[in-house]
Design a protein around this ligand. Structure first.
Ligand SMILES: [Fe+2]
Length: 228
């Protein structure tokens, strides 16, 4: 299924009253204690003890720099061009800010699932946290290039309707042939979900998040795997 469709969606992988509730609390506490939302409103970068808030893209201007920076980078996506992704924040190296994250979300088990459900072998690459705070103008359909990477998107919030910023994946678009077909209506898969569900997809397939027409904050943990 994963190899043919480019995605699988699994319900109730993580307990909403267990690991999800605990992590949401830890994330909230962290954001409050370290005044992260306040720093994200500033016009300049904020070089804090535990993390670096990228508000200007003058110092950290590529994905690689964000990924390998000396401390976790909190990226203010909307600040990049001030037209798209306003309210979207991406936390790199999040397993350094939350040191038990990989164990809490059983990354080894996820890896084993990918090894069983595809004909390749996979290894953990990175864990990001996405926060979508009333994003009205998300990025449109795009492909994240690398054929050899899979993303596991763990929902930290319920998304009951497509108006709440639901993730979308175009079925089959992870193959050259699938991409050549363009986007057909019947292949547009919109993933409303409950917290604790997961969407697993090849990153080179076309994907996006829909606009949050209904206001709210959605959190995700994005665990990326690459070919071993
Ligand atoms: Fe993407």
């Amino acid at each position: 299924m994963l190899e043919t469709q480019g995605y699988i969606f699994l319900k109730g992988v993580y307990e909403k009253d267990g690991v999800i509730a605990d992590f949401n609390k830890a994330l909230n506490d962290f954001m409050t204690k370290h005044k992260v939302m306040m720093y994200l409103q500033k016009p300049m970068d904020m070089d804090e003890e535990l993390f670096y808030v990228n508000n200007t893209y003058s110092n950290i201007n590529t994905y690689e720099k964000a990924l390998y920076y000396a401390k976790p980078v909190i990226e203010n996506r909307g600040a990049k061009n001030r037209t798209t992704e306003i309210g979207y924040y991406d936390i790199y190296q999040s397993n350094r800010l939350f040191p038990n994250l990989l164990e809490l979300f059983n990354v080894k088990t996820l890896e084993a699932i990918l090894n069983k459900t595809t004909s390749s072998r996979w290894k953990f690459h990175r864990a990001n946290i996405h926060i979508s705070n009333n994003v009205k103008n998300p990025m449109g359909y795009h492909s994240d290039g690398m054929a050899d990477s899979i993303r596991v998107l763990i929902y930290l919030n319920d998304i009951q309707t497509s108006q709440q910023g639901a993730p979308v994946f175009i079925k089959g678009s992870h193959t050259v042939q699938g991409r050549a077909n363009g986007i057909k209506k019947e292949d547009i898969k919109i993933f409303t979900a409950e917290k604790g569900d997961i969407l697993v997809h090849y990153e080179n397939g076309f994907h996006r998040k829909l606009p949050q027409e209904i206001s709210g904050v959605n959190g995700y943990i994005a665990i990326h795997f690459i070919k071993a």
